[in-house]
Design a protein around this ligand. Structure first.
Ligand code: NAP
Ligand code: MG
Length: 462
């Protein structure tokens, strides 16, 4: 894999002040595949200054020109799709086909959507005797995780660029090569120097320095609730705007009238894809007691079929974390239906696709985000019980409802405390706002709502 030994700041790859490096490991075979700089607070400061200096020019660039750069960026991502997929597979471990379709495919769709939104959004509106200007919020600190390494970067960088903001990105230490590839793509797309800057580095060093930097106007963070809380506190103290995309423990609610086989098959696939490392995964399956045993058997068969097709989790640390949750499930009395804590292979950070039945709402595996290929199946008595269980966690990121009648599913979805619900297996929509209720976050990404996060209004009265 190609790795830059510098940081992308002010339109060029420059040596870091810091001498520290991050070794990038392929989780499928545990081999080091590249080394990148671990930037420090000085490096972050250089990058933020570059972004600050580039802000007036980019903010004043006509939206049509910003749209043209975004369209060019999308075209570069299309041209380099195979390279993107191979890089994500090498550093995250996702199967190549999934990397092609999702890890490369979704960011292309999102970049394209913002090329269009930049061209069509009204950056001015009339309200009575006022003209309201939608102005860029300023310098954006983007801090991203490793689970959808390119998507999470593009979901922040594309609307920020469309809005006229400038950016400093601190990507996850586990997946910096994908971030470097994105910086190359931004460069190739002709985005002016300083508008987008990349500092690879560690969370508590580069990430923290970036979130705390006084010249940053908005901190947009995706990752764990623990770190999100700290970032929210830092931003609050400095009166900076903050957007937080945090964890989830989403419910897949299968109402009694649903097509059970389909609901279970799609539900298991949703949890196992990307080795369970999806913040919006439906990791709790809720089934009526009359159909419970049938659902458990269907889920067991579906998960067992995954066997060898599932990729590793991202790191040894993540593997240990997921295995400790599986052990906790066993210790708290859940019934292991398939999978388990033992590593299925000698080499690589693999976890067996795991299904637990007889999971009760208070168990740790029904409450906490595991971030691995682990499904918990819970039993409900009636619809009110299902709703209580579905809403009974601190999270509210996503979910699913299945019923014979779409209106019945929608009626249930309206009562769920969550930011997104798929009705009878609805398709992903790159324009639909994505984000959490409750402790799943603050703010929304994607589409017009995602763009609005990067804008602030100024009212002129006449
Ligand atoms: P994380 O620590 O929250 O990492 C997210 C990003 O924040 C990374 O770029 C990380 O850098 C950075 N970071 C860490 N500490 C920071 C700090 N003090 N100040 C500023 N930035 C900081 O998440 P993780 O360690 O990768 O994963 C832990 C758990 O979080 C997972 O098991 C999962 O449950 C959850 N998670 C959720 C999502 C989601 O999409 N909701 C995504 C990933 C993880 P480093 O990469 O150097 O740590
Ligand atoms: Mg971390």
């Amino acid at each position: 894999m190609k790795a830059h030994d510098g940081l992308y700041i002010d339109g060029a790859w420059r040596p870091a002040e810091s001498r520290d490096v991050i070794e990038v490991v392929n989780p499928a075979d545990e081999q080091v595949i590249g080394r990148v700089p671990a930037g420090n607070a000085l490096d972050v400061d250089t990058a933020v200054r570059a972004a600050r200096a580039a802000l007036p020019g980019w903010a004043a660039t006509p939206p049509a020109e910003r749209a043209a750069r975004l369209a060019a960026l999308r075209d570069v991502l299309v041209a380099r799709k195979d390279e993107i997929a191979e890089t994500v597979t090498a550093e995250l471990g996702a199967p190549l086909q999934f990397s092609q379709a999702v890890h490369a495919g979704v960011p292309i769709a999102v970049a394209g959507s913002y090329a269009e939104l930049a061209a069509t959004h009204s950056f001015e509106e009339k309200v009575g005797n006022s003209t309201v200007l939608h102005e860029p919020i300023g310098v954006v600190a983007a801090i991203t995780p490793w689970n959808y390494p390119l998507h999470q970067i593009v979901a922040k960088a594309a609307p920020a660029l469309a809005a006229g903001c400038t950016i400093v990105l601190k990507p996850a230490e586990d997946t910096p090569l994908t971030a470097q590839l994105f910086a190359e793509a931004v460069h190739e797309a002709g985005v002016p120097a300083g508008v987008f800057n990349l500092v690879t580095g560690l969370g508590p060093v580069a990430g923290q320095a970036l979130a705390e930097h006084p010249c940053v106007d908005l901190v947009s963070f995706t990752g764990s609730t623990t770190v999100g809380r700290q970032i929210g506190a830092v931003a609050g103290a400095a009166v900076k705007k903050v957007a937080l995309e945090l964890g989830g423990k989403s419910a897949n609610v299968i109402l009694p009238s649903a097509d059970l086989a389909k609901a279970v098959a799609v539900g298991v696939a949703n949890v196992m894809s990307n080795s369970g490392q999806t913040c919006s995964a439906w990791t709790r399956m809720l089934v009526h007691r009359d159909r419970y045993d049938e659902a458990v058997e269907l889920a067991r068969a579906a998960a067992a079929k995954y066997g060898d097709r599932i990729g590793p989790v991202v790191s040894a640390k993540q593997q240990a974390r997921v295995r400790s949750y599986i052990e906790k499930g066993l210790a708290e009395g859940a019934r292991l239906v398939t999978g388990g804590p033992e590593s299925p292979r000698e080499q690589g950070y693999f976890v067996s696709p795991t299904v637990f039945a007889d999971v009760t709402p208070q168990m740790t595996i029904a409450q906490e985000e595991i971030f691995g290929p682990v499904l918990s199946i819970l039993r409900y008595e009636d619809e009110e019980d299902a709703l209580r269980i579905a809403n009974g966690t601190v999270y509210g990121l996503a979910g699913a409802v299945w019923a014979a009648d779409e209106a019945e599913a929608v009626a249930f979805a309206r009562r769920m405390d969550t930011g997104q619900v798929d009705i009878n297996g609805g398709r992903f929509n790159p324009l639909a706002p994505f984000g959490g209720y409750k402790q799943s976050g603050v703010g929304r990404e994607l589409g017009g709502h995602g763009l609005a996060e990067y804008l602030q209004t100024k009212s002129l009265q006449f």
